[in-house]
Write a protein that binds this ligand. Sequence first.
Ligand code: ADP
Ligand code: MG
Length: 225
Amino acid sequence: MIETKNLKISFGSLNVLKDISTTIKQGEKVVIIGPSGSGKSTILRMIAGLLPSGKNAKIHLDNKDITKLPPNKRDIGMVFQSPCLFEHLKIIDNATFALDCKGISKKQRQEIGKDWLKRFGLDSMENRLPHTLSGGEAQRVSLVRTLIAEPKVVLFDEPFSALDAPLRKKLTADLSTWQKELGFTAILVTHDIEEAKKLGDKIIVMKAGKMIWEGKPEDFVEELL
Ligand code: ADP
Ligand code: MG
């Protein structure tokens, strides 16, 4: 379970987030939707530990206070809008980067990595470099790179918005399957209403730095945006 209390931040005179408090259950898929600039990415960055979360803020993961922990100690993964792969590393080394950080041997990394790449429809790509991949393939590699560390929570910041509609649809469906298989809690930001309804067990609507609505996909209406 992930619980946030009073997340807050201002940049100059702009209050970008105001008292964000919510609870997300273990294994739940939560979708955050809202206009551009409403603070969606900022929430994810705070949960990931990439931004400070404010003076009275608290972030708990499974009853552990992670508010002050650095990103790599939180057991939280993040997938960004663009894949941001290491251009000089082969796909297999990109995919298994987290295992390298954990001190797992090269031989074992190769084995585990090949298995994951296959599972994500990337078999026989292990020795290629990132610039030889299509946008969709590169985003799959960045998914593997995040998921291979088996984080409890995965944050997705508009992960498929740069891809064309059919591919976006396919990856959105795949994401549901992978989430079920791996059991992580997912918090996904999107501006696509269909994607939100399809993926979310719960939808959160953001407007001007505030959570203005939280509920089930079937109760969500477009007028909330
Ligand atoms: P969203 O993801 O919903 O489009 P963001 O969370 O990226 O919105 O940003 C919310 C607001 O905060 C925007 O107005 C943005 O310009 C501002 N903002 C975000 N990060 C910074 C920063 N580091 N410095 C100044 N303003 C920022
Ligand atoms: Mg954003």
